[in-house]
Design a protein around this ligand. Structure first.
Ligand SMILES: [Ca+2]
Length: 312
């Protein structure tokens, strides 16, 4: 678990670095990605057992340890008891732990503005904790159902995305995805762990291709030309990003909350983000399938370029 966290932190650090190195008309990821709490990363599990092993049949110290654990559980049944975002553990009258809506006023206050989030109700919340606690307390109401984390940072006026800009968005986004993967590859070469061997093998082919367009502040015309010329290099990064997001659950479709880690930090910087993801959901069922996703980025399904095997 610790190793996994370290890897994630490193990944976020890397993305934060992109903000500094990637300028101009490229999608950027804000530093807030490192601290974003979208709620989507939480498994939809309300209760997790305390892990206390009642069959423990050990001697000496081990038995003492078990007794200590049991005592702790009895004293505070909420220890090691997890609740999903917006809820908090509270023992019932029998001392059995359960999850109840958190009081938004009990959320730890923000320490800087990066922690503010804008809700879909166009209201700025001090932290994502406050937003999800508010949503929980509104459960069963229309307002609660409609409330989601829209983007990170305080609410601001997002200019309307015009059609011409919307067309440019996937060009820049897929170029950015390719560059993120190439950066991961370089980091992985110095300190392995950023990519799996399979991922590394696939990115290696892109990395070693002399004809690839290197990261820079390219015009949309050049990006479009490069997509024509080096089309094959863009197939894998688009699949890779889908697989990164499709984890809760991994079912080859992306829900609103699965998209959030990518969408939320991008919205305040790229005003076409929301519309782009809306349009990606071609059949408007609130789920973006792999086919819809790849089609959004211009990957041609007709030529078998959409391949679920690339997700693993
Ligand atoms: Ca999914």
């Amino acid at each position: 678990m610790f190793a996994k966290l370290c890897k994630l932190n490193a990944f976020f650090t890397l993305l934060v670095k992109d903000v500094i190195t990637m300028e101009g008309n490229r999608p950027q990821v804000s530093p807030t990605l490192a601290t974003i709490e979208t709620g989507s990363q939480e498994p939809e599990v309300e209760e997790v057992s305390s892990g206390y092993d009642t069959n423990a049949n050990k001697e000496g110290e081990e038995v003492d340890e078990e007794i200590e654990k049991l005592t702790a559980v009895l004293l505070n049944p909420c220890d090691n008891f997890r609740c999903k975002r917006g809820k908090t553990c509270k023992p019932d009258t029998d001392g059995k732990p359960g999850c109840v809506c958190q009081d938004p006023l009990e959320c730890p206050g923000s320490t800087n503005t990066f922690e503010h989030v804008c809700g879909t109700d166009n209201k700025t919340y001090d932290t994502s904790c406050e937003l999800f606690a508010t949503k929980c307390n509104l459960e069963g109401t229309k307002r609660g159902y409609k409330l989601h984390l829209d983007y990170t940072g305080p609410c601001k006026l997002i200019p309307q995305c015009v059609k011409n800009e919307l067309v440019q968005f996937p060009l820049r986004m897929r170029d950015w995805l390719k560059n993120v993967l190439l950066q991961l590859y370089e980091h992985d070469s110095v300190s392995p762990g950023f990519l799996t061997p399979k991922q590394r093998f696939r990115v290696k082919k892109i990395f070693e291709n002399e004809r690839r367009l290197h990261a820079g502040n390219h015009s949309v015309e050049l990006l479009a030309q490069d997509f024509e010329k080096n089309y094959n290099m863009y197939i894998y990064p688009v699949h890779w990003q889908f697989a990164q997001l499709d984890k809760h659950p991994s079912d080859r479709t992306l829900s609103h909350s699965e998209l959030a880690p990518l969408r939320a930090p991008l919205v305040p910087m790229e005003h076409c983000t929301s519309l782009f993801f809306q349009e990606c959901d071609a059949d408007k069922d609130k789920q973006v399938t792999l086919k819809e996703w790849t089609s959004c980025f211009g990957i041609k399904d007709g030529e078998n370029d959409v391949d679920v095997n690339l997700l693993f």
